[in-house]
Design a protein around this ligand. Structure first.
Ligand SMILES: Nc1ncnc2c1ncn2[C@@H]1O[C@H](COP(=O)(O)OP(=O)(O)OP(=O)(O)O)[C@@H](O)[C@H]1O
Ligand SMILES: [Mg+2]
Length: 247
């Protein structure tokens, strides 16, 4: 089942047999006079890993918030898999809840310790199940946030710059973890990042957003694991950087 949002009204619209986890048509979001999203179209098929690039302030987080159903003040049509989860740049853990209870917040109903612990185990944090969030390192907190997103087995995982606050080494480990979890779970992923190399390392498809729309859409067919030194990788990177105004 998908949730259909049309002109700000949410309605249940039947099985998603013909559409993927994301089907967006003519999406417009205004803040005052400014249309930050301006007739944006986007389809994501099941299981695809998509990276979204764009200059700061172009509307990437606005799009993710809408897909996560955190913002309904829109025009256009948005159909999104009902089972979706979002993880933000900061882990947003509740300091007064132990780690497993934070992860259990990703599930509807009563806190399910067993499922929370299984999700923590998947991100390598089973040994931190009962601690307070303030005792976690930045990378651990981000992994706990990922566990909270994954605990409900989403069809669509929305990641808004989840690695940007991590140091370079922790970031590489976190990227590898996301790649592994994506392969294991088979969910579609929409990852917002400012890092072109990260996009090309992880994604099947890279989008560039500009003027409120998806301005560029390229498939990444390089073999995995990706070799950042390969001619094709470098060519794609140069092309994407140019589209972002970096030469
Ligand atoms: N609630 C709001 N009220 C008014 N303006 C907003 C609101 N939310 C976002 N905006 C504006 O919309 C534009 C897009 O914001 P958004 O956060 O989506 O950008 P972004 O592409 O995610 O940028 P960054 O890469 O810096 O995170 C910005 O100019 C921002 O100031
Ligand atoms: Mg943002």
């Amino acid at each position: 089942m998908a949730t259909g949002v049309s002109r700000g009204v949410t309605s249940v619209t039947g099985p998603v047999s013909v559409t993927g986890p994301v089907s967006v048509t003519g999406l417009t979001r205004r803040f005052g006079d400014r249309a930050v999203l301006d007739g944006l179209d986007l389809d994501i098929p099941p299981g695809q890993f998509v990276a979204l690039l764009g200059t700061s302030g172009c509307g990437k987080s606005t799009l993710l918030r809408i897909l996560a159903d955190l913002d309904r003040d829109i025009a256009g049509t948005v159909r999104v898999a009902r089972r979706r989860a979002i993880s933000f740049q900061s882990p947003r853990l509740m300091p007064w809840k132990r780690v497993w209870r934070n992860v259990a917040l990703g599930l509807p109903g009563r806190p399910d310790r067993q499922r929370a612990v299984a999700a923590l185990d998947e991100v390598g944090l089973a040994h931190r199940t009962d601690v307070w969030p303030k005792t976690l390192s930045g990378g651990e907190a981000q992994r706990a946030s990922l566990a909270r997103a994954l605990v409900r087995e989403p069809d669509l995982l929305l990641l808004d710059e989840p690695f940007s606050a991590l140091d370079a080494l922790t970031r590489l480990t976190a990227q590898a973890l996301v790649a592994e979890l994506w392969q294991r779970h088979g969910c579609a992923v929409l990852l917002v990042t400012h890092d072109v190399s990260e996009a090309l390392t992880l994604a099947d498809r890279v989008l560039v957003m500009s003027s409120g729309r998806i301005d560029y859409d390229v498939s990444v067919t390089l073999d995995r694991p990706r070799d950042p030194g390969s001619r094709e990788f470098v060519a794609l990177r140069t092309d994407l950087l140019a589209r972002l105004g970096v030469r």
